[in-house]
Design a protein around this ligand. Structure first.
Ligand code: 13P
Length: 155
């Protein structure tokens, strides 16, 4: 199943949903609260998070591998390809994760590509109610790729 829009321009967004175990219930509740908005977009997530959201809310969420088995890295790769517009990542600040380097890598790559990432309910509420959810959004990732190309040409 690869129903992602490849270009990040247009109203329909690609939203990645991720939660650590201690935060899954919170993310599922958040998805339920914003179901009427989320169902208008393409959703993906790390394996267990994606499955649980679909089971509990009925929202279709394309699942990648579970986080500890590389799911964060798969979503990071989608960011690099320009196929993720928003990330909602309820990480658990109170529990050590065996795949912490992958978590950091995902957060880093979202920063590099200027992808909005909400890490808790308050920031996710801001993001989901942003005007950019409804408007055409000329994403910076396009300029980013252009800059990288220009830079590599001068090397
Ligand atoms: O560990 C995660 C993110 O780092 C989440 O993975 P799961 O959704 O598979 O539990």
């Amino acid at each position: 199943m690869d129903d992602f829009i490849t270009l990040t321009i247009g109203k329909k967004k690609n939203i990645a949903l991720i939660a650590h175990d201690g935060k899954k219930a919170e993310l599922i509740q958040w998805c339920q609260n914003h179901k009427s908005i989320l169902e208008k977009h393409f959703l993906c997530g790390t394996g267990t998070t994606a499955r649980m959201i679909t089971d509990k809310t009925g929202l279709p969420v394309r699942g990648y591998n579970s986080g500890p088995l590389g799911g964060d890295q798969q979503i990071g790769a989608k960011i690099v390809e320009g196929k993720v517009d928003f990330v909602v990542f309820f990480s658990d600040p109170l529990t050590a994760q065996p795949h912490d380097p992958d978590v950091k890598a995902l957060m880093r790559i979202a920063q590099v590509y200027d992808i909005p990432m909400a890490v808790n309910k308050a920031s996710a509420d801001f993001m989901i109610t942003s005007i950019y959810m409804e408007k055409e959004y000329d994403h910076d990732v396009i300029n980013f790729h252009k800059n990288i190309k220009e830079r590599s040409e001068t090397l």
